[in-house]
Write a protein that binds this ligand. Structure first.
Ligand code: TRP
Length: 444
């Protein structure tokens, strides 16, 4: 029987940290964080962001790891085991992460094309034109997206240890090495240092109510919380892996990477470019004027691609675990189902930028719908519900045991985390959620 296959797990603490950091560190850090920062007042925004990471993101990450580690089950069964009738919360996470895959794989595919085009010097001189032609095309973006999805499929079918752990142990060190090389290179140039000071200097006049929304959304997105991905990784932690320590390592690595990515991008002097085009249009343009620009450009997109790959495998795994553990499929079969769903959604998302751009709902194409719905509605909602579940629904004594004994949270910090989960997260996130929805409706 397929569903009696032994449940996988990570070999040790290092594997747990690298895999979870891999999930956290992604396009959110390198592609999204820099442009959101530049749109919201630079250094001032970063301060708000760090507050969100520390007081909302970290407790939620600990909570999610705890639910997974405590039950050693897939997201649906994990919630249902702790409290009967709560499986739907896991299901909502699985649905949301599936929708994220729909557009995330498309951008991931772009990084692959850009890596190859940079290495072969094929971008040419018209950077905006290249981006436009490529992303709105039919077959090219689809092709690269499919290659990326299949790479995921291959890693997932390799199993937790043979696939995810092994891939993380190769990808993450490589990612850090490239990041450090790029950061040193960008700080080498005097213009770089100057541009950098300008951007990191707090400009509080650019901070609005919306900046708080953006900071919180970014904090949740970058830590992959609320979607079952961190939960499933927590369920694979080996006994003796401390939850709190792992969460702190993951949050620290994720924050360092985001800040370094901002350093690299801002020091290139492109902070005035905003939006998604920053990484794909402005960066290759800057690299093209530098000595050995092709090499640096290749490294930059390789970095983006590695970050995307280590994140997408956690999304894929969260959904695959459902088909394996709830539907009794073999790992191979379950992974195929997820891969096919991802191909269908990502195809529609990719085509919605070009051939199918005429089909819109509330003025948004399918790609933007997936992005906005998951980040404005589902991310905060799942954050609130996860905090409520762990803070209010989980039996107090059981939760305390999981966090303190197994989790490694010390006696003095435990009440702080519990307080944040019971009151601060649900209340603050609700306020931001309501304003986010109102703003969203106003913009329709
Ligand atoms: N954290 C990822 C990034 O920064 C994106 C992400 C959001 C994610 N939600 C997720 C990844 C759920 C895995 C699972 O790019």
């Amino acid at each position: 029987m397929a569903n009696t296959e032994k449940r996988g797990g990570f070999g040790g603490k290092m594997a747990a940290i690298l895999a979870a950091a891999g999930s956290a560190i992604g396009l959110g850090n390198i592609w999204r964080f820099p442009y959101i920062t530049s749109e919201n007042g630079g250094g001032a925004f970063i301060l708000i962001y760090l507050g969100c990471i520390l007081f909302l993101g970290l407790p939620l990450l600990i909570a999610e790891f705890a639910v997974g580690h405590n039950t050693k089950k897939n997201p649906i069964d994990a919630f249902a085991t702790i409290k009967r009738g709560w499986g739907w919360l896991g299901a909502m996470g699985i649905i949301s992460v599936t929708l994220i895959m729909g557009y995330y794989f498309v951008i991931a595919g772009w990084t692959l094309n850009y890596t190859i085009a940079s290495a072969t010097n094929a971008i040419g001189g018209d950077f905006g034109g290249f981006f436009q032609t490529f992303t709105t095309g039919t077959w090219m973006p689809l092709l690269f997206t499919y290659i990326f999805i299949l790479a995921n499929h291959f890693i997932i079918t390799g199993g937790v240890q043979g696939g995810i752990e092994k891939a993380s142990k190769i990808m993450m060190p490589l990612l850090f090495a490239i990041l450090v090389a790029l950061a040193i290179y960008s700080l080498w140039m005097p213009e770089g240092r100057e541009a950098l000071t300008n951007v990191f200097t707090p400009d509080f006049s650019m901070v609005t109510g919306k900046s708080f929304l953006a900071a919180m959304g970014q904090a949740f997105f970058t830590l992959s919380v609320g979607m079952g991905a961190m939960l499933i990784y927590g369920s694979y932690f080996k006994d003796g892996t401390k939850i709190a320590g792992t969460a702190i390592s993951v949050v620290s690595l994720d924050t360092i990477v985001a800040l370094m990515a901002a350093v690299i991008i801002f020091s290139a002097g492109v902070e005035n470019e905003s939006g998604p085009q920053l990484a794909f249009v402005a960066m290759p343009k800057v690299f093209s004027t530098m000595p050995m620009g092709g090499v640096w450009s290749t490294l930059f997109f390789l970095l983006l691609g590695l970050a995307a790959l280590s994140s997408t495998i956690s999304m894929h795994e969260a959904v695959t675990s459902y088909f394996v553990e709830k539907r009794g499929m073999s790992r191979r079969k379950g992974a195929w189902v997820v891969t096919i769903v991802a191909i269908v959604l990502a195809s529609a998302a990719s085509l919605s930028l070009g051939d199918w751009s005429g089909y819109t709902l509330a003025g948004m194409n399918f790609f933007s719908l997936l992005d906005n719905f998951t980040s404005i509605v589902m991310l905060p909602l799942l954050g609130i519900l996860t905090a409520i579940f762990v803070g209010w629904i989980w039996k107090k004594e059981d939760m305390r045991k999981e966090l303190t004994a197994e989790g490694g949270v010390d006696k003095a910090t435990y009440p702080v985390i519990r307080f944040l989960l019971r009151y601060v997260c649900p209340l603050l996130v609700s306020v931001v959620f309501v304003f986010g929805i109102i703003d969203f409706i106003k913009n329709l």
